[in-house]
Design a protein around this ligand. Structure first.
Ligand SMILES: Cc1cc2nc3c(=O)[nH]c(=O)nc-3n(C[C@H](O)[C@H](O)[C@H](O)COP(=O)(O)OP(=O)(O)OC[C@H]3O[C@@H](n4cnc5c(N)ncnc54)[C@H](O)[C@@H]3O)c2cc1C
Length: 450
């Protein structure tokens, strides 16, 4: 989390009213959105632009980041400072208010959401009044209580963790750049995050070997550990096999069917008793909702801690509280399957809510009015292995099925992010930002080491 200072908070229990502070519109419905990730920032931006509600977005961080890029910041192949969206500036431009703070609780009777604000004098708590509360606080990797993981493994679930990983990666590298010695890295989790991170780290090492350390790639031992029978279980078998082949060609050791039972300072112990030694250990397996949701005033939760919502995205116990994205547990009524915890699903939910809530507000109806059911449309899935390769499956209903591979898959992967960025920044600023990024790639070092 970014550290920030606030000096004008009356601690403790300072009460901030969303109506009074929400861009000066006391007669308007008060909509508080907690979590400005893929889903939350899209809803805040869209409803803020509509101008028909007093919208407050709260986040523990001061800037938005597209989470599927975190592994590139971790490897240093992309610069986070060019990719973040400042929440205060986004709020000012789009007619909503930003409130920094960490969600700590909800008082459903009084309709107030509590936030801890990091300030010069401790962590005072404030609370915001709402008519409608939208929770979009994302998810975390799930270590399933495996001993030693919390103490010895890094995760890359937010920007500060990706930056911390990068710092550790750089220290390990610098210690071995010209003095020899093996660089041992192990990643647990063969889903898209683990696979993409492995490829990105290998890409960074290849680039760094040209900095006067040509034998660095040979001294790297990079292991990807997956408990299931194959990598990328959410993709077709053909994609899993191609990804495993590409990683093997890149000298990444892929261990499938390998169950980690413990982590310690020097590596992982597997169920069969064998060891994988690693100085740098990453846990990128499983998904669970943030722990704070467990204490939210009796709201129903799924097995992995998500807030259970109905097709209208309202929580089952309280229609004034909605949940979106990774922290929402929704079973699609059409397919009977859980909506996946992906950026694609988070964006679709955000767009659905923003569109229909916007219409409700435009008609002058209250925020308690019924919302049409959300249906998840599988538009396919894409995985990109740095500059090496990429694969995608196209949604059966939207594109008639089919596959992408190589450059087209990598470009499509990039395009998803750019669509999100242009949606947030508008066509002119979004396109200029994209252009500047491409120019920056031409003039900046290919791997960040500073
Ligand atoms: C490395 C990596 C690669 C990925 N690649 C892909 C991919 O290629 N394709 C894909 O579809 N998905 C991918 N995902 C998954 C995707 O990023 C998530 O599904 C998506 O970000 C979920 O969006 P969200 O809005 O629910 O949550 P997030 O985008 O995670 O946003 C949550 C927000 O809530 C804030 N927050 C969290 N806790 C609190 C709190 N207590 N108080 C206040 N604020 C809080 C956070 O700061 C953040 O801004 C990837 C994930 C990772 C980690």
């Amino acid at each position: 989390m970014h550290a920030f200072k606030l000096t004008n908070i009356d601690a403790p229990n300072n009460v901030a009213d969303a109506g009074e502070n929400g861009v000066g519109m006391t007669d308007k419905a008060r909509i508080v959105i907690v979590g400005g990730g893929v889903a939350g920032i899209e809803v805040a931006t869209s409803l803020g632009r509509g101008g028909r509600a007093a919208v407050i977005l709260a986040d523990r961080s001061l800037s938005h980041v597209w989470k599927p890029m975190l592994h590139t910041f971790a490897a240093g192949t992309a610069r986070a400072d060019r990719q973040t969206v400042d929440f205060f500036a986004q709020a000012r431009r789009n007619g909503f208010r930003f409130q920094p703070g960490v969600l700590t609780g909800v008082d459903r009777t009084a309709k107030r959401v509590k936030l801890a604000v990091e300030a010069a004098e401790g962590r005072p708590e404030i609370d915001l009044a709402y008519d409608l509360l939208v929770l979009a606080v994302g998810s975390r990797a799930n270590d399933f209580g495996t001993p030693g993981v919390a103490e010895h493994c890094l995760t890359i679930d937010d920007l500060s963790e990706a930056e911390h990983f990068h710092d550790q990666f750089r220290r390990h590298l610098l210690a071995r750049l010209d003095r020899g010695g093996r660089l041992e890295i192990a990643i647990v989790g063969g889903g898209a995050t683990g696979v993409e991170l492995a490829a990105e780290l290998k890409h960074a090492i290849d680039l760094l070997s040209t900095y006067g350390s040509p034998d660095l790639p040979q001294r790297l031992r990079l292991t990807l550990i997956e408990s299931g029978p194959r990598l990328l279980p959410a993709f077709p078998d053909k994609v899993s096999r191609a990804a495993a082949r590409t990683l093997s060609d890149l000298a990444v050791e892929v261990r499938t069917g390998a169950m980690v039972i413990a982590a310690d300072a020097t590596g992982f112990t597997l169920k069969d008793g064998s060891r994988i030694s690693a100085g740098l250990k990453v846990w990128a397996a499983g998904v669970k909702a943030p722990d704070v949701l467990a204490g939210l005033d009796g709201l129903e939760r799924s097995r992995t801690g998500q807030l259970v919502v109905g097709p209208d995205l309202r929580t089952t116990c309280d229609p004034a509280i909605l949940a979106l994205g990774d922290c929402a547990g929704l079973v699609d009524p059409q397919t009977g399957k859980p909506v996946p915890a992906t950026a694609q699903a988070a964006r679709q939910q955000a767009q659905h809510l923003a569109r229909h809530l916007g219409r409700v507000l435009a008609r002058g109806d209250t925020v308690a009015s019924p919302l049409p059911p959300f249906h998840y449309v599988e538009k396919g899935a894409i995985v990109s292995l740095a500059d090496f390769n990429g694969w995608g499956t196209l949604g059966r209903y939207t594109f008639g099925g089919g596959h992408l591979s190589g450059l087209s898959a990598r470009l499509t992967h990039d395009l998803l992010y750019r669509q999100h960025q242009i949606g947030l920044l508008g066509p002119v600023r979004g396109t200029l930002t994209w252009l500047l990024d491409d120019l920056d790639h031409l003039i900046s070092p290919p791997v960040k080491l500073d």
